[in-house]
Design a protein around this ligand. Structure first.
Ligand code: SF4
Ligand code: SF4
Length: 389
């Protein structure tokens, strides 16, 4: 493609009737508080186009895409719904890096994604699936940062962000390099591990895109425990969005939407909720901390020291489900997720060898906890559940 440097000063679209807006870090951009993760768009293109177009009508002006989502079709599925209005929205592109990535290859990828989306430039491009260990691949001479800087000089990319699942401490180190304008991390009621990273990003003026605000659908079920802890008498998905946006350092909650009713409900929730007037973020965190504290030292930190299990049991997955059930009261969702565990990773394979118990720094009695799920999946697990709280 030909390269034409441009100033790109178009204002971002907004619709104050139906959406709220927040600063995206120090970029000067005003981003919709609800953004659109395009990773769950389906095969019905008419529906995708109508959904994306309606999102723009509602004032959503941030769309997260990459060539890798939707079996390689994410950007093809996103583009038609944005036709004619791309100048007023942020369409974020993304590509991963590894030791073999070069400035040339990365540049070609940026151009390829621009072509698919029909864009003249990216207002944001993300280094995807990033981690501190990959910093050398970014910084090496002839590497990804060289490609991004050149693309920025030529007007093909305005701002650079990163996404990933490294430790919160490593991500603090990444943003402290000053190389990035935004960070995209999972953040929701039941997964607050990046809260310190988000706070540091806020201090440094780095925009925060909170992905999985409803935990990929896990929070789409009733929980009286969450309602009591948060003092909100609302469906769980609404409480979830409100919690994420109550965090003053979050720029936008990026929800992977694929249904019109979900889009309308999320937009309504965001519009109706005024965090400055209605939310005390500290009090919400205290309520959630109290729920977690009820698990005491039986709380799994997800460190994975217990893995691999010789029998193949996916221990951290079950421990996460146990937390969602016992601490957050998400029984219905946990039951669904238990049924979805593949046979080769299921708890029934456990022979109580005890290796995980020995490896666990939190002294979790994993075999007993695995047995406790009998109470949700049938069997006689009530006794076990009571025995471990
Ligand atoms: S006790 Fe069960 S879950 Fe733990 S390591 Fe042994 S087989 Fe795996
Ligand atoms: S070692 Fe313990 S705390 Fe770490 S993931 Fe396994 S069960 Fe959880």
């Amino acid at each position: 493609m030909s390269v034409v440097p441009r100033a790109h000063s178009e204002p971002l679209l907004r619709n104050d009737e139906t959406m709220r807006y927040r600063p995206l870090g120090r970029t000067g951009l005003s981003v919709s508080a609800l953004s659109f993760g395009c990773m769950r768009l389906g095969e019905d293109q008419e529906r995708n186009t109508a959904l994306i177009s309606r999102a723009v009508d509602l004032g959503i002006n941030y769309f997260e895409t990459t060539r890798r989502y939707c079996r390689g079709q994410c950007q093809q599925r996103t583009a038609p719904g944005l036709a004619g209005r791309t100048a007023g929205v942020i369409v974020s592109g993304k590509e991963g890096i590894d030791a073999n990535q070069t400035a040339y290859l990365f540049r070609r990828e940026i151009e390829r994604q621009l072509d698919i989306l029909g864009l003249s430039h990216f207002k944001f491009f993300q280094v995807g699936w990033f981690s501190w260990a990959k910093m050398p691949h970014l910084l090496k001479r002839g590497g990804v940062l060289d490609a991004l800087r050149q693309a920025r000089d030529e007007g093909l990319v305005q701002h650079i962000g990163f996404t990933g699942h490294d430790t919160p401490e490593h991500f603090v180190a990444c943003i402290e390099t000053g190389l990035f304008d935004s960070i995209t991390v999972p953040y929701n009621l039941i997964n607050r591990s990046y809260e310190p990273t988000i706070a540091r990003a806020g201090e440094l003026g780095v925009g925060v895109v909170a992905m999985c605000p409803v935990a990929g659908g896990v929070l789409a079920c009733e929980s009286s425990r969450l309602r009591e802890a948060l003092h909100m008498d609302l469906p769980t998905t609404e409480m979830a969005l409100r919690f994420v946006l109550a965090n003053p350092h979050v720029s936008t909650a990026c929800s992977g939407m694929n249904a019109p009713e979900q889009l309308e409900q999320n937009a309504r929730t965001v519009k109706e909720f005024d965090p400055e007037r209605e939310a005390d973020f500290g009090a919400l965190c205290e309520g959630l901390d109290r729920l977690r504290a009820e698990l005491g030292d039986r709380f799994c930190t997800g460190c994975r020291y217990c893995m691999p299990c010789p029998q193949g049991v996916d221990i951290p997955r079950y421990m996460g489900l146990y937390r969602n059930w016992r601490a957050f009261g998400l029984e219905e969702s946990v039951r669904r997720q238990l049924a979805a565990v593949p046979a080769e990773k299921r708890r029934e394979r456990c022979n109580a060898c005890g290796a995980c118990r020995e490896a666990c720094p939190n002294d979790l009695d994993v075999p007993t906890i695995l047995k406790a799920f009998d109470a949700l999946e049938g069997g006689d697990g009530n006794g076990a559940a009571e025995a471990i709280g």
